[in-house]
Design a protein around this ligand. Structure first.
Ligand SMILES: C[S@@+](CC[C@H](N)C(=O)[O-])C[C@H]1O[C@@H](n2cnc3c(N)ncnc32)[C@H](O)[C@@H]1O
Length: 285
């Protein structure tokens, strides 16, 4: 499995976005489309028990199972029941189409970094409320569930990722005697903040991996941090130092957060590779 941040050919991606805008204009919709908030219930999840799975060993005693994302993608394309972000990206052989499909149907490197780090660290999940933003497969959040979190909320941009991939992954790993409450949300971060604001929710731990590649989204993402993190809560953001071609990266994000003045930022883990990867911890100032 390739882990390069395979950003789309800008020309093709631009075409896809233009096509989508044209369709929306023809339909009389707003042209600056972003996915709107939706809560997805486990009863709506697509059955995936017949699909192949992968096992990710997080430590000597923790192993997390995941449905094969390629098989999910093939099924979504074969069904041709509807076109969605995932099928649009598959047709273009692209990992990401801005505002259409944001890359959730795949396990990215930093999600595994974060899960491994959480396994070895002293981060406590027992009786905690946890949110994973931009969860995709949801591996870090599943780890929180396995470690005694009282609630875990999974959020991804694309609802088809949640119903065909995230929920089936949770089902594969959930213990028989589960007491953790899981909820699932899709849509743009702004719509998540707007819709959840009236629910009086505070998270003790917020997790996010490979979500800071677009600097123009930093405001939306950190607005969720500000609004929903409990007073002594912790945020763990795992990302690459640089997302070439799009401008984002760990230093860029750190500067943005420090400039806004609401959070302290500390690098708690670094993986030295060609493009270094990091885990940053944010706490309220
Ligand atoms: C590259 S994927 C990473 C998926 C997963 N965290 C991993 O590391 O394997 C980026 C994720 O960020 C989320 N994302 C990006 N932009 C978003 C936006 N504007 N609103 C909500 N989610 C967004 C998407 O849900 C997507 O799954």
């Amino acid at each position: 499995m390739s882990f390069t941040f395979n950003f789309p050919d800008p020309e093709n991606s631009e075409n896809a976005v233009q096509e989508e805008k044209q369709e929306k204009e023809d339909e009389g919709d707003e042209i600056d489309h972003v996915e709107q908030f939706r809560e997805i219930f486990t009863s709506e999840a697509v059955q995936a028990t017949d699909l192949p799975t992968f096992s990710y060993e997080m430590s000597d005693c923790v192993c997390i199972k995941c449905v094969d994302s390629q098989a999910v993608e093939t099924r979504l394309c074969d069904e041709q029941r509807f076109t969605c972000g995932v099928t649009a990206a598959a047709n273009q052989h692209s990992d990401l189409i801005p505002n259409v499909y944001e890359g959730g149907l795949k396990v990215w490197e930093c999600a595994l970094d974060l899960a491994e780090y959480l396994c070895k660290s002293t981060v406590h999940f027992k009786n905690k409320n946890v949110l994973e933003l931009g969860c995709g497969a949801g591996i870090p959040a599943i780890l929180a569930l396995l470690n005694g979190a009282s609630s875990v909320h999974f959020q991804d941009y694309n609802y088809e990722v949640i119903e065909s991939y995230t929920i089936p992954n949770v089902m594969l790993n959930v213990p028989e005697k589960n007491t953790c409450t899981c909820r699932y949300f899709s849509g743009d971060w702004d719509s998540f903040r707007n819709h959840m604001s009236n629910q009086n929710i505070q998270y003790d731990v917020i997790l996010s991996a490979e979500t800071i590649y677009k600097p123009e989204n930093y405001k939306k993402l950190t607005a969720i941090f500000e609004h929903f993190l409990s007073q002594d809560g912790e945020i763990y953001v795992a990302a690459k130092s640089n997302y070439f071609g799009v401008g984002g990266g760990t230093r860029d994000f750190e500067s943005f957060v420090l400039k806004a003045g609401k959070f302290n930022v500390e690098t708690c883990h670094t993986v030295e590779t060609g493009v270094p990867r990091e885990i940053m911890k944010l706490t309220r100032r």
